[in-house]
Design a protein around this ligand. Structure first.
Ligand SMILES: Nc1ncnc2c1ncn2[C@@H]1O[C@H](COP(=O)(O)OP(=O)(O)OP(=O)(O)O)[C@@H](O)[C@H]1O
Ligand SMILES: [Mg+2]
Length: 250
């Protein structure tokens, strides 16, 4: 199969939607268009509006529906309530001329009332994918729109959060499902694109369901590494060395 080099967030989502097992874990996603915003708000009480080329949580905002006539638009540093008639003009102004898409909002699980998501780093130093680093990124406030460390969230050891979060379930089976899904996702993304490392942003919702939010091909691992054990860090560094050596021999 010919592998594409460039991949936007939408390319990756579309690749994952071709797999019937993984697609159950992908939030409903549509191109940004006025009629799609209304379609999504009829189905979901919260809709995320995300830049196709965004990173570090920048440019992401959330639309919450309180009633047919009342909505809230918020981002990491902005919050406004608007009437139904003002919604599209406001969102259009925020989007500007950038490419955006719409995504079903996931009701993220919380730790001490602050939402969190999960970072899983997968690397393919040779032929098979390995899970090297993991962490839980806990936002710095209740109701936060994004849980990026660049926006004030804190990295915690994943096992610690799985044992203690507010809606906690069996930590071992949750971890097993996260690992299983991460391998499936890495395998599909690795076949569709020339990827040898991917930082997955996965989320648990308050009912315990696992969701794929994002697959980053240049994940920032410095802070995530700090909350990992020695063996995981060595695995990560070893895989990185393999990949750098391979690149220099190409
Ligand atoms: N559909 C969604 N429902 C709930 N929260 C979301 C959703 N999409 C994104 N988020 C929140 O926003 C954060 C950032 O989203 P995402 O990872 O897609 O973009 P990014 O971090 O800007 O991009 P990158 O990971 O490439 O730096 C997530 O970590 C999560 O906290
Ligand atoms: Mg992210």
């Amino acid at each position: 199969m010919k592998r594409k080099k460039s991949k936007t967030k939408l390319d990756k989502i579309n690749a994952l939607l071709t797999d019937p097992y993984i697609s159950r874990h992908v939030p409903e996603t549509m191109e940004y268009e006025e009629k799609n915003l209304w379609r999504m708000l009829r189905k979901h009480s919260t809709v995320y509006v995300k830049p196709v080329k965004g990173h570090m949580g920048l440019g992401i905002f959330r639309v919450k529906k309180f009633s047919e006539a009342r909505y809230e638009i918020s981002s990491a540093n902005y919050i406004q309530q608007v009437r139904g008639t003002q919604l599209v003009p406001q969102v259009t102004a925020l989007v500007g001329d950038k490419d955006y898409f719409l995504q079903q909002g996931i009701d993220l699980a919380t730790y001490k009332n602050c939402p969190f998501d999960i970072r899983i780093v997968m690397q393919r130093p040779y032929k098979v994918w390995r899970l090297t680093l993991s962490s839980a990124k806990v936002a710095n406030r209740e109701g936060a729109v994004v849980t990026n460390v660049a926006q004030g969230a804190t990295d915690y050891p994943l096992d610690e959060i799985l044992k203690k979060y507010d809606q906690r379930r069996n930590p071992l089976s949750t971890f097993r499902e996260l690992v299983d899904l991460s391998h499936q996702i890495a395998s599909v993304l690795g076949s569709a694109f020339s990827m040898k490392i991917v930082g997955l942003d996965l989320a648990l919702d308050k009912k315990g369901r696992i969701w794929f939010l994002e697959g980053n091909n240049q994940p920032q691992c410095a802070r995530c590494k700090l909350v990992n054990d020695k063996m995981s860090k060595e695995k990560y560094e070893e895989a990185r060395r393999w990949l750098t050596e391979e690149k220099t021999h190409q």
